[in-house]
Design a protein around this ligand. Structure first.
Ligand SMILES: C[S@@+](CC[C@H](N)C(=O)[O-])C[C@H]1O[C@@H](n2cnc3c(N)ncnc32)[C@H](O)[C@@H]1O
Length: 411
């Protein structure tokens, strides 16, 4: 099958369905490519966005990733720019209208296949979200993107996860069987009828992790059940795909979900999980949890130095993502653990005694050194090592659920 069929689908159903007028009401944020997250996992938190920065959004669709990143760069008055590429002109029109509604002058738009991005120059960061699994040759697509990476650059990818999509592919097969000979509008009608009539034994009907996609509009239903080409990955297959392009996975998102020890309390099981290497551990978490319908991965060149921000110096600046720190501090004053739910899985992390006091001081500007000095006023015995031990516990928990990142200088 050529790209034409996929292109025709996204011309008819730009995805996801978005109304540019909604830009006046809200900014859609997510993963990959939130500025704090990409800095933390690709640039060890050290990217200086006051300097030039080129990001490519490959297969940008109706613009979610491109608009989020362009707005975040504009908000910090970065000279950074976002280059959007997609084969669908209908999707591009929506994305362009969204940029216009926000008066964003830092996004360029191209109608182009992602294998041709070499003509656009080198990029510090590449977003490719929900696209590789629709390509005829995902490895060739990823190699094209990898060859467009500037030295020290990295990517944020999203591909479908196999286990979390349990029931999707048999339903696609069924629709192909009963929809033979129908036109696209009739196939869509058939898909609606079918999703409303699935017996309770059907795996799609039993799968709680893709309900939103079924409940969404036409574009969502087409993307889920009538797609002309899609496949899903388990973690080892994703690691092999990434490796085939000379890249490696720096981290899968959210980290809490990809660590099997977070799902069990039995110490013997935990010990066995701890014998695994990092990719095996992510794979074990996927097999154990069974709920991952998408894998979001930050990837860097295979030979790149450690790209994940580390707690190695007092100049690191912690920053919240979408967290009300005062509310958090209030509700964790008495040593309450952190409880979070991700895709239906519940996590519980113990927090250190100074969690609340630290939380109220984290503002995206103060460094760990500043926070330590401030806390010493009320805790004179708190030396740097003791402070870091407590901060590390807070950081591990909140970073694992996508709420806390490190950067320097501040973003
Ligand atoms: C599922 S949508 C994802 C859109 C967007 N990245 C997001 O996450 O919201 C996939 C997009 O990839 C585009 N696409 C598919 N094959 C492509 C190719 N070979 N080159 C460029 N874009 C492609 C489609 O037109 C579509 O807009």
């Amino acid at each position: 099958m050529t790209d034409d069929v996929v292109q025709a689908q996204y011309e008819a159903h730009p995805y996801p369905a978005r109304d540019p007028r909604d830009e006046a009401k809200r900014l859609i944020t997510g993963s990959p490519s939130h500025i704090l997250e990409l800095n933390h996992y690709v640039f060890a938190g050290r990217r200086d966005f006051r300097k030039p920065f080129r990001a490519l959004v490959a297969g940008g669709g109706t613009g979610d990733g491109a608009i989020m990143l362009a707005q975040q760069l504009a908000d910090i008055e970065s000279p950074g720019e976002v280059v959007y590429v997609d084969i669908s002109t209908a999707a591009r029109r929506v994305a362009e209208a969204r940029a216009k509604a926000r008066k964003l002058a830092n996004v360029q738009f191209h109608t182009m296949a992602l294998v041709d991005v070499a003509s656009l120059g080198a990029f510090d960061y590449i977003d490719c979200c929900g696209v590789l699994h629709h390509l005829d040759d995902p490895a060739a697509g990823l190699r094209s993107l990898a060859s467009a990476l500037a030295p020290g650059g990295g990517m944020g990818l999203m591909v479908y996860g196999e286990l979390g999509r349990t029931g999707v592919y048999p339903t696609q097969d069924l629709l192909r069987l009963i929809g033979r000979g129908l036109d696209d509008a009739d196939k869509l009608g058939l898909a609606r009828r079918l999703t409303g009539a699935l017996p309770s034994t059907n795996w799609l009907a039993r799968n709680p992790f893709i309900r939103d996609w079924i409940a969404g509009g036409d574009a969502g239903l087409v993307d889920l059940l009538l797609h002309s080409r899609d496949r899903a990955y388990r973690v080892p297959e994703l690691a092999a795909l990434v490796g085939s392009a000379g890249l490696r996975i720096a981290q899968l998102i959210e980290p809490a979900g990809y660590d099997p020890i977070n799902y069990v309390t039995d110490p013997k099981l935990k010990k066995r999980f701890e014998t695994l290497d990092v990719v095996e551990r992510w794979a074990a978490a996927e097999l154990l949890a069974g709920n991952m319908a998408k894998h979001v991965a930050y990837v860097v060149k295979a030979d790149a130095p450690e790209s994940v921000a580390a707690l190695d110096a007092p100049d690191a600046v912690p920053a919240w993502r979408d967290l009300d720190s005062d509310a958090f501090a209030k509700s964790h004053r008495r040593g309450e653990p952190l409880r979070a739910a991700i895709d239906g899985a519940a996590f519980r992390f113990a927090l250190p005694p100074l969690a609340s006091a630290m939380a109220t001081r984290i503002d995206g500007r103060r460094s760990l050194g500043d926070i330590h000095r401030d806390l010493m006023k009320s805790n004179p015995g708190l030396d740097w090592a003791a402070f870091v031990a407590q901060y590390a516990a807070l950081h591990r928990a909140l970073n694992a659920v996508g709420k806390l990142y490190l950067n320097r200088p501040p973003v």
